[in-house]
Design a binder for this molecule. Sequence first.
Ligand SMILES: NC(=O)c1ccc[n+]([C@@H]2O[C@H](COP(=O)([O-])OP(=O)(O)OC[C@H]3O[C@@H](n4cnc5c(N)ncnc54)[C@H](OP(=O)(O)O)[C@@H]3O)[C@@H](O)[C@H]2O)c1
Length: 397
Amino acid sequence: MLEQPGTMKNIAILGSTGSIGRNSLEVLKQYPEKFRVLSLAAYSNARLLLRQIEEFHPAVAVLIDENAAGRIRSSVPAGTTLLAGQDALVDAVSHDDVDVVISAFVGFAGLQPTITAIKSGKDIALANKEILVVAGEIVTQLAREHDVRLMPVDSEHSAILQCLTGEARKAVRRLILTASGGPFVGKSREELAHVTIKDALNHPNWSMGNKITIDSATLMNKGLEIIEAHWLFDIPPADIDVVVHPQSIIHSMVEFVDGSVKAQLGVPDMKLPILYALTWPERFTSSFPRLDFSMPRDLTFREPDLETFRCLSLAREALEQGGTVPAALNAANEIAVEAFLSGTITFLDIPELIGECMQQHQNHQQPGIEDIFAADEESRQVAQQLIERNRRVTMTV
Ligand SMILES: NC(=O)c1ccc[n+]([C@@H]2O[C@H](COP(=O)([O-])OP(=O)(O)OC[C@H]3O[C@@H](n4cnc5c(N)ncnc54)[C@H](OP(=O)(O)O)[C@@H]3O)[C@@H](O)[C@H]2O)c1
């Protein structure tokens, strides 16, 4: 076991069966005297959740899908209370003993339980970027009111936090988010017309859940990250740039007013940003993979192709319009990605669909949380209707 400073922290994980959730458990396992798994929550993957319960002995485990929970109820060992349904997430995140909630559900579904966690005064290690995309102002305001830390897990935002630590806010000129460009970097629109689901899921550097992998291929992921960075670091959108860096070694950079640029480098592995989110401002010794500078390697940079990868511009536009437009963008994107993954629409239909939903959306400025939920619901319906209409036209043709 590795020697570390600090006291024991009790951790809740929303999304323990996902890519971030599994990586988080790998991290926690390395430091048994520093972290204890207090609660785990997943949607329906009962078999994996049961294995995690057997290994980590949480006090509480939740499956949102009640049927899935029924399948493992009799196998759950004594010492863990298995709960089912959406409302049970309250018990997972607001248990008195929880110190930090790793928010790693995918998509809009993570918003409500993360708000509950913040209102219960729990620090948040935030992987679920969609939360800040749809409700950045509300969530950051709530975090301030409840004196809660919102620590980034996304590798780019972790890199920026690492570059900003110890620097004055007024010394910052701009943030530079790096993008791998995904599997289609350098491709033209014509080449993208016939890409398959398998091609789009084949990310060159990162192994992640399906939704974020498609978002990386469309560059929507980088658009969502601009919005996330704006809310996390309180930097104007115009001062957040994106550069394509296909090697994914530099995870992001900060340029300062004197022209100096700080970058954070590491192997593409989420364990380091997860650990940093849990230990900031300290660093724990780790045995995770490290960069090997004895290997020849090029680090290259280029401008993103905004004509071909329209999603990046759509996300910027949503941020500039503000109000409920980012919620409409996010909902349309979640539906579009699902439709692409089920073979209902093509890769190039994704930005078309999102753009159309944004156009049809009636913006509410200064939204309350109920306006965000309404915008999400409405944009999902519009996206579904557009997909259905498109399907009927295609069948007629
Ligand atoms: N993966 C990465 O390397 C990475 C990096 C940076 C940021 N992120 C962000 O982290 C979040 C999680 O990404 P991921 O790649 O870990 O996703 P993932 O592998 O697809 O895992 C998603 C998790 O959310 C649960 N889930 C699925 N649908 C749900 C719903 N409707 N309601 C509640 N829970 C649901 C899943 O439970 P079941 O397994 O039971 O379905 C699973 O535990 C995303 O917001 C992503 O953008 C991920």
